[in-house]
Design a protein around this ligand. Structure first.
Ligand SMILES: [Mn+2]
Length: 323
């Protein structure tokens, strides 16, 4: 692993133009990691970095330092050839959607990730399936490079850690997680500020939308399976943006009997985006059947079927896993 860290450093030193990618439907890890590595490269390597997102940029994370640096990938010329492209928290190349062509065009490609389903699509692949978040990997890289971590970068890594561990409570929460959190707090991060900014700033309509979706959830197999359906009309009724669904699946899993909770969301093009959370069942085989990926207890996929059909297919598949 250490060799890869050095190789990465060499590649950054050699590059003139650098682009950093976050995955579509960005979360705290992919955004925090993007800003963290971009700021470190700009500060210590004195290079300009383009930090890009695809699709929608959730306003929720606008409390992150230098959040305004994010560029919509659509605004960049598709023929542009960067010297170096870095993907952070991007489980598979297609999660860069319209940005994939820019990533492929780059002279050299880096892939930094912690999804165990990542197939290693980069020229250098720094993948640690045991890392709680990509922020953990970045912290190790910066330490290996013997660089001091400024408070802004510490805050970004803290958000990666906070969000990907669900507030230090998922199975990926280890002694290392708390050691890193302690170190980041020592570097000036305020846990209260980050928590409030991240979890207690929902628009009122979002709280009401989530309550509505949760109250319409259907439970199967003696309450072991929870299925929540979100249609476009539900979304428009509450003026909901894509980030409005964040956190609902965790509420469903909080029911005592639930083993697997599923959120099915109708996409703009009439497909079905699925998000799965489980307590003890490995859900990766389920989403892989539908062309998706993710972690053992948190995974997702997009089923290219209308929501009613996707619902039945997914329910059957999950029931076969539970019985
Ligand atoms: Mn992640």
């Amino acid at each position: 692993m250490d060799n890869l860290f050095l190789e990465l450093k060499n590649k950054i030193e050699q590059a003139q133009s650098i682009i950093v990618f976050s995955h579509v439907s960005p979360d705290g890890d992919t955004l925090g990691s993007n800003i963290a590595i971009s700021l470190m490269i700009e500060k210590y390597f004195n290079k300009k970095v383009d930090s890009v997102y695809v699709g929608m940029l959730p306003a929720l994370y606008s409390y992150l330092p230098e959040f305004n640096r994010f560029i919509d990938v659509q605004t960049i010329d598709k023929n542009k050839k960067y010297d170096l492209a870095i993907a952070v928290d991007v489980a598979s190349k297609d999660r860069m959607v319209s940005g994939t062509v820019l990533y492929d065009n780059a002279s050299f490609k880096i892939n930094i990730d912690h999804h165990k389903t990542n197939n290693g699509y980069g020229d250098i692949n720094i993948i640690d399936g045991n890392a709680a978040c990509v922020g953990v990997i970045l912290y190790k890289i910066f330490k290996e490079w013997e660089l001091e971590i400024p408070k802004e970068v510490a805050r970004c890594i803290y958000t990666s850690l906070l969000t990907d561990t669900g507030g230090f409570k998922y199975e990926n929460t280890t002694p290392e997680t708390f050691m890193l959190a302690a170190e980041l707090v020592r570097l000036g991060v305020s846990p209260t500020f980050e928590f409030r900014s991240c979890y207690e700033t929902k628009p009122q309509s979002m709280v009401q939308f989530q309550a509505y979706i949760v109250s319409n959830t259907v439970f199967y197999n003696n309450g072991k399976i929870a299925f929540a359906k979100i249609t476009r009309s539900d979304m428009s009724k509450f003026n909901a943006t894509d980030d409005y669904t964040e956190g609902i699946v965790e509420v469903l899993r909080s029911s005592k009997n639930v083993e697997i909770a599923a959120i099915l969301k109708e996409t703009k093009d009439g497909y079905t985006k699925v998000s799965l959370r489980s307590k003890t069942v490995d859900v990766t085989p389920i989403v892989i059947d539908f062309g998706g990926g993710g972690h053992t207890f948190a995974a997702g996929c997009t089923i290219k079927k209308p929501i009613a059909i996707a619902y039945d297919k997914l329910l059957q598949r999950i029931q076969s896993e539970i019985e």
